[in-house]
Design a protein around this ligand. Structure first.
Ligand SMILES: Nc1ncnc2c1ncn2[C@@H]1O[C@H](COP(=O)(O)OP(=O)(O)OP(=O)(O)O)[C@@H](O)[C@H]1O
Length: 405
């Protein structure tokens, strides 16, 4: 198998779009440098020109002025079809063709590019596996027989199929429910760890931006850049009132979106399988020294929390015993997701799962609280340092003024 292509740098120079009949340009002289392998998220109020800016990068919308360079090559005037092979594109409600199977949808660009059949077949399998869908189960289904989240995964698989160095995503998770959205975001982060594409992502949702971005571009009207910086910098030192307004309240809590489950302590936990006889479950719980044990299904996925009392009441069968696991998180989930899951499940901990939903450990409430305290302390320290720095910088001027006086 060929090495996957990594990201390419993107440069936008004085990029402008004036729609026919509009008095003002919708995108006005945008200059932006995006590094190879970086995830940049565009956020800003509705109508500020995010989608127009994004769609000019693959020339779905033709610029009225300015240049676009990908890996140094000026692509402003090249054949758009050739350009689109370099640039994958995924959109909200995924844009799958309803009369084509999942495999045919994913194979679209490789087929246009003239890949041999066998290579396409292998690539479809590889892509389905990459986005966490079992090829045997999903290859021949039609899009209408998929959930919203599954459709979105196929949309991402299709965008990545021809292995483009650049991936553009226009509110790709806008139409799915919040839990599925969290999982899709986690998967995108995992994928990006493996693939290192250059991703330009548009969203309305500032929390989504914080979670996904290496750098965020906050845009105001006509795609004027209000701030282009890391999520940390935007949260802790917004450039002006417009950006602060966009960050909104609770910046400290939003910082929870910046730390991932894999960065805090994931610990082991006693587990048993649904196939274990009741006596084995009882013995394991007794020897574990905990009050609770996690029951896994046949595929090793978290299924139910079982307490000692549940076992006593079980009367020979575990069918009705215990509390079903409602929510799990992956290693790429944010602390905020984890905190939410802990509060939802009401067990003081959340199960962490791997790529196929299999159990890999737990994160407990204490670990989460310690991390929150550490983050808040770090913020306070930073604010204090910034303030001291400010006072020091001001001091000489004040003395000089005093002397002058
Ligand atoms: N085809 C078009 N013809 C004329 N004006 C357009 C066209 N498409 C977009 N616009 C205008 O250009 C501006 C920017 O639109 P764009 O869709 O890029 O904004 P956006 O920031 O992505 O908005 P949203 O967040 O609501 O999707 C808006 O004022 C919009 O009305």
């Amino acid at each position: 198998m060929a090495e996957p292509s990594h990201g390419a740098a993107i440069e936008l120079e004085n990029l402008t779009k004036r729609y026919p009949g509009s008095a003002q340009p919708s995108v006005d002289n945008v200059n932006m440098e995006i590094k190879a392998g970086e995830t940049v998220v565009l956020v800003g109020p509705s109508g500020c020109g995010k989608s127009t800016t994004l769609k000019m990068i693959n020339r779905l919308i033709e610029p009225s002025g300015g240049r676009i360079r990908i890996d140094g090559e000026d692509v402003t005037d090249i054949d758009p079809v050739r350009l689109r092979r370099k640039v994958g594109y995924a959109i909200q409600s995924c844009g799958l063709f309803p009369h084509m199977t999942v495999a045919q949808n994913i194979a679209l660009v490789p087929r246009m590019t003239g890949w041999p059949k066998a290579r396409i077949r292998d690539r479809v399998e590889e892509m389905l596996d990459l986005v966490g869908l079992d090829p045997g189960e999903f290859r021949d289904r039609y899009p209408r027989r998929l959930s919203g989240g599954q459709q979105q995964r196929v949309g991402v698989a299709r965008a990545l199929a021809a292995d483009p160095p650049v991936l553009l995503m226009d509110e790709p998770f806008g139409a799915v429910d919040p839990i599925t959205r969290d999982h899709l975001q986690d998967e995108l982060i995992r994928l990006q760890h493996e693939l290192r594409k250059t991703i330009v992502f548009v969203t309305h949702d500032f929390d989504e931006a914080i979670k996904l971005a290496d750098r965020i571009v906050v845009l105001r009207e006509r795609s004027h850049i209000a701030q282009f910086d890391t999520p940390e910098a935007i949260l802790t030192s917004p450039a002006d009132d417009f950006v602060s307004g966009f960050v909104g309240a609770g910046a400290a809590l939003k910082r929870l979106n910046l730390t991932r489950v894999r960065d805090v302590g994931i610990t082991g936990y006693p587990t048993v399988s649904v196939d274990d006889p009741l006596q084995v479950v009882v013995n394991k719980l007794r020897s574990s020294g905990t009050n609770e044990i996690l029951l896994l299904d046949r595929r090793g996925r978290p299924y139910k929390w079982l307490r000692r009392g549940d076992l006593m009441r079980a009367k020979g069968s575990l069918a009705r015993a215990g509390t079903p696991v409602h929510d799990t998180v992956t290693r790429d989930a944010t602390l905020r997701d984890a905190l939410e899951a802990v509060l939802t499940d009401n067990t003081g901990r959340v199960a962490v799962t791997g790529r196929h939903g299999e159990f890999t450990g737990v994160v407990d409430m204490q670990t989460l609280l310690n991390s929150v305290h550490a983050l808040l302390d770090a913020d306070r320290l930073e604010a204090l340092e910034a303030q001291t720095g400010l006072e020091e910088a001001q001091e000489p001027r004040t003395s000089a003024e005093l002397e002058g006086a």
